[in-house]
Write a protein that binds this ligand. Sequence first.
Ligand code: HAM
Length: 424
Amino acid sequence: MASTASAIQAPKGTRDILPAESARWQAIERIARELATLYHFDEIRTPIFEHSELFHRGVGETTDIVSKETYTFSDREDRSLTLRPEGTAGVVRAVIEAGLLNDQGARVKVFYIGPNFRCEKPQKGRYRQHHQFGVETLGIAEADADVECILLQMEFYRRCGVKDLALRINSLGDAESKQRYRDALVKFISPAASTLSEESQRRLASNPLRILDSKDERDIKAIRGAPPAAEYLSEASAKHFTRARDLLGKANVPFTVDGTLVRGFDYYTGIVWEVTAAGLGAQNAIGGGGRYDNLVEMLGGRATPGVGFGSGLERLLIALEEQGVAIDTRQRPLVWLVSLGDAARDANWQLMQQLRAAGVRCDMDPTGRSAKSQFKLADREKAAWSVTTGDSELAGGTVSLKNLASGEQTSVPRDQIVAKLQSV
Ligand code: HAM
């Protein structure tokens, strides 16, 4: 009888990763873990909710992400908590709290894979819960650390097989450079302030750099000919930017310098970068990062430089699909145990435990259905091999092994089947 209760749907902007899809997720997560480990980054896992203040202070009160997109709620004791919209602030908070930066000259290199929450308008490649693979390097001020992150990120895409990538970089410089550039930009835009979009008119006072990032035609027109950030860099910031470009060149990583690239967080202080990929449509940023030399101090730690990136995993999978790239999901072949009668079923139950203990991926139908139904199920579950046991096999101490793709069938002594299947 059909249920009378109405079915509950997932919240808008969220997606279930169903069994048919999860092998692809595991594959890219495996590549991320292996690669991060190779570059000497260790994994960190932080809570998905934090005190709201962390994001207000860290990411920035006036950023769209904090002012419009966070999921913020009061818990039962009326504390304001926020689902993390990104990974960096929580990582920095955890590293300070655990005292990992306490020793003079301490450095921390960590990576993470996990969900983030932003209440944005959902569209292709933009969700309210999305996942990122990210890395953060704390305690290294040199541009070498920025470039190490970029190389890791680009190698991640290469190993996943994604093509048609474009890396853009820019530098807004340290706090002093950023302030000078901000003043210059306000001076440049102010005469045309009334022609800006309503949003950018507000930004002109609160966060003028974000106007550079606007997709609104009116804003694009108003900033045409605006001075590039590079002209306002302090000597130290300019030197850092030059070294990063040199190192990228030496590593043969193609990139373009984009003077209008600003990213949506207040914590960035120097180089910022973004990678776009073909096949993603409007939401084509597959990952981005940058330097944040003031964040540790802003969150109550000792002044420590930092740099890192975050890469959207949904967008990576969409790009791979749109580009027709097959992912190596590398699962072991599935073996299906078929039982003809109750005695065979009991024997297969034992055999299944032995096979699993030996690392052979296997399963069986315990319902006592006909051999035909069991083979049908094996087919539906995409088994590669079947092992059939009936009364005659039990009496003779054998099993019947079948390659389900070729149909080839052989009789194998029961005491050799585990070793045999270990080697297929
Ligand atoms: P972000 O650019 O906001 O940076 O996000 C990184 C990546 O996450 C984006 O390039 C995109 O691929 C993906 N992403 C962001 N929002 C969504 C969404 N709503 N739906 C699907 N994918 C999304 C950060 O989060 C910084 N914490 C990166 C960083 C780390 N900077 C320094 N360290």
